[in-house]
Design a protein around this ligand. Structure first.
Ligand SMILES: [Ca+2]
Ligand SMILES: [Ca+2]
Ligand SMILES: [Ca+2]
Length: 237
């Protein structure tokens, strides 16, 4: 009876995992709601204390690119805006935030729509691009390898210092997504990609950000898996 319970639980866990629709290249998902206005983005203001409570995505190596060399990424959101903080190697040559800083956002979580790089070398199909002080929607249609974008407007940003950049963009400007996949590229040669595996095509790596209201922990599943682990330990004795 217990063994049947274990088997059923394991199958359930696998189904849950598969039904989430993730493929191997998803490295990390974050969801960091903050109080409205808790993060401020003001040009020329080097105070980043408002980011202290926000977790970071796994870091990118320093020294793997230059002169724009990403090292860290934080994302947060409130009811109105999405906030990005990009950290860069302080040993690299400072560059003002501009057309060589690219944030690729796949807002429908679908690689078959949006820009996926020439020959499809990128891991996601990006529907929006934040590049310097502007943001764009993908204009290439079915030609996903075409670097073709519609200018939509400006974002608010602060690049003081140039190795610690903040960006604010309204959620509505990106079509009010529930989530998006993201990769970063610095097009100053030698180019940096963040994450490094973003150039791995359909099986390449990327990060996900969720704006969904965080549900209560799925206690039923946790209890189920906890029971499985306890049963497994007992079986080993
Ligand atoms: Ca880097
Ligand atoms: Ca897409
Ligand atoms: Ca990199």
């Amino acid at each position: 009876m217990k063994r049947q319970f274990y088997t059923t639980a394991l199958a359930f866990a696998i189904v849950v995992s598969l039904s989430s629709g993730l493929h191997a290249g998803l490295l990390e998902t974050q969801n960091n709601p903050v109080a409205n206005g808790a993060i401020t983005v003001v040009g020329g203001d080097n105070d980043r204390s408002d980011w202290i409570p926000v977790p970071s995505y796994q870091s990118d190596p320093a020294g793997d690119a230059g002169p724009i060399d990403f090292t860290g990424l934080q994302i947060a959101h409130d009811d109105t805006n999405i906030y990005f903080r990009i950290l860069l190697d302080t040993q690299a040559s400072p560059q003002f935030f501009g057309f060589q800083h690219n944030l690729y956002l796949d807002t429908d979580l679908d690689r078959s729509t949006g820009f996926f790089g020439g020959g499809g070398f990128l891991s996601t199909g990006s529907d929006y691009l934040i590049q310097g002080g502007s943001y764009f929607s993908f204009a290439g249609g079915a030609a996903q390898g075409a670097f073709s974008w519609n200018w939509l407007g400006g974002v608010v940003w602060d690049d003081f210092p140039t190795t610690d950049i903040e960006i604010k963009i309204p959620r509505a400007a990106l079509g009010n997504p529930d989530a998006f996949d993201i990769l970063l590229n610095a097009s100053a040669a030698p180019e940096d990609y963040y994450p490094n595996g973003a150039t791995g095509g359909a099986t390449g790596d990327y990060f996900r950000y969720s704006l969904a209201v965080i549900p209560e922990p799925s206690s039923a599943l946790l209890i189920l898996l906890g029971g499985c682990m306890m049963f497994g330990l007992r079986q080993r004795k």
